[in-house]
Design a protein around this ligand. Structure first.
Ligand SMILES: [Zn+2]
Length: 478
């Protein structure tokens, strides 16, 4: 098998194993053969069956997204951007999210749409944290992306009867059965013939899973050497609920039941004891996360839109917590999420030096890879997966060109990304996603959102009309 070589790349983001950091390389070559990188550096002299001219281009490692809900979130566009419950800590989880339920066929289309956005923004590995859906593995495998299937399960459902309180309905049997089905999917992903799927054990939320269910989930994850993820410390309501139930913060309770360890990911880890909206009298949550080796999935956009901040990314990092990034919402534009992460950290700390783009980029690549228990992705190094993208340095958004990563994240976003490879195969070329029929997917997604909105009032506690639940930005004139 002969190699593909990107020759004389003007800029490249290489991995320095000695320092454990990414670094810029100039006028470098990168070669890959099959699904693996075989050369990174100057002057590749091996055989090549295909040459890509690297002049005017930057070669960048594929980005790693450790938290997303692609089958549901695309349908919230135009609805949820400015919607949260002011009497439930600004969260949209209890009053609004439950009202938008696209039919299964539409959910498939929404997921493909989300994957197209992820690929387009340079993501080569993503985590699909969702309720199991038909054709899940087949659909994801067909897109060419590397996907971590995270089929979610829980032992309680929440609802609000009035917009200011939350009720939990428990059914332990439901949780156990759903976990058994989820583990079958995890095992199926780990042995899928595409070689690009793998599995995560994914209990849904700290306040909807019993201690027994979470402990069984940890045992199943350890047995498989699979990562495990749980939503926790994600809302004020959840923090109050857990302290009411147990007299412990959500993170403290998880530490005590044995959930925190180096294979665990907490999405989103915002409402810890020292958060300014909490002000719990005892501090220890950051230390609990850091000393256990637990990772945090940081998804700033969806929270930032509701006035909620993780306080703060830089502090978590300095205290030793591994962080990966995720797109918990639409758009599934990972570069945009990186920009939110950088800016909101500085805003929450009132300090321009609270974090750096280098630190954000580390989280977006190797931080995420570590959380997913992978050391073969998120970096350009010999032996790693050939997951990478090419950035057009001549794109107007990259000009003037001095520091290409800064130009990309603060100015260009996904626009200058022209080509994306996963396992050495092209999935985006000339800025177009090759593996997804976008017009068909968009039509099905629009139809699905209309259907979901027809049902929304019947699911609302007050049976409000759609226009009242999700007001339009402007009134319609005559
Ligand atoms: Zn989430």
């Amino acid at each position: 098998m002969a190699a593909t070589v990107v020759r004389n790349a003007e800029w490249m983001i290489g991995w320095n194993a000695a320092t454990g950091r990414h670094e810029y390389l100039r006028d470098a070559d990168l070669a890959f053969e099959g699904d693996r990188i075989v050369f990174v550096g100057k002057g590749y002299r091996g055989a090549a069956e295909r040459e890509i001219d690297g002049r005017g281009r930057m070669v960048m490692p594929g980005l790693v997204n450790i938290h997303s809900h692609p089958a549901s979130e695309p349908f919230n566009k135009g609805l949820m951007e400015e919607r949260g419950s002011t009497k439930l800590g600004m969260s949209s989880l209890y009053e609004f999210m439950l009202l938008v339920r696209p039919p299964p066929e539409a959910a498939r289309a929404g997921a493909l749409f989300a994957v197209s956005e992820l690929l387009r923004s340079g993501v080569t590995t993503f985590t699909d944290y969702s309720l199991p859906r038909p054709h899940w593995m087949q659909d994801l495998a067909g897109t060419g992306i590397r996907a971590c299937l995270a089929p979610s399960f829980r032992s309680a459902r929440w609802s609000t009867p009035d917009g200011h309180s939350v009720r939990y309905d428990w059914d332990e049997g439901m949780g156990r059965e759903a976990m058994a089905a989820a583990l079958e999917l995890v095992d199926g992903a780990n042995t899928h013939n595409s070689g690009r799927l793998f599995g995560m054990v994914a209990p849904a939320q700290v306040d909807t899973c019993s201690a027994e269910l979470l402990q069984a989930a940890v045992a199943a994850a350890k047995q498989r050497n699979a990562p495990i993820q749980l939503h926790a410390a994600q809302s004020v309501v959840e923090f109050r609920e857990m302290t009411t139930r147990h007299g412990k913060t959500p993170i403290e309770w998880l530490a005590d039941i044995g959930f925190l360890y180096d294979g665990a990911i907490i999405g989103h880890g915002i409402f810890i004891d020292e958060h300014s909206q909490i002000r719990w009298p005892y501090e220890g949550d950051i230390e609990r996360l850091a000393s256990s080796g637990t990772s945090v999935a940081h998804c700033p956009a969806i929270f930032g839109r509701r006035g909620i901040l993780l306080q703060n990314f830089g502090k978590y990092r300095r205290r030793g917590i591994n962080i990966g990034l995720g797109t918990d919402t639409f758009p599934h534009n990972f570069i945009d999420e990186m920009r939110w992460a950088a800016v909101l950290c500085k805003v929450s700390a009132s300090n321009v030096e609270a974090t750096s783009l280098a630190e954000i980029f580390h989280a977006a690549t190797v931080g995420g890879a570590k959380a997913l228990k992978r050391d073969d992705i998120g970096r350009l190094a010999v032996g790693c997966k050939a997951d990478l993208s090419l950035v057009d340095l001549r794109h107007p958004t990259m000009q003037p060109l001095r520091d290409p990563l800064k130009s990309l994240v603060f100015s260009g976003l996904e626009r200058p990304i022209t080509d994306v490879f996963v396992d050495g195969k092209a999935v985006v070329a000339e800025g177009r996603v090759l593996t997804i029929d976008l017009p068909a997917v968009m039509e099905a997604m629009n139809r699905g959102q209309r259907q979901a909105l027809e049902n929304a009032p019947s699911l609302d506690y007050a049976k409000r009309p759609v226009e009242e639940i999700f007001p339009m930005t402007l009134e319609t004139g005559r």
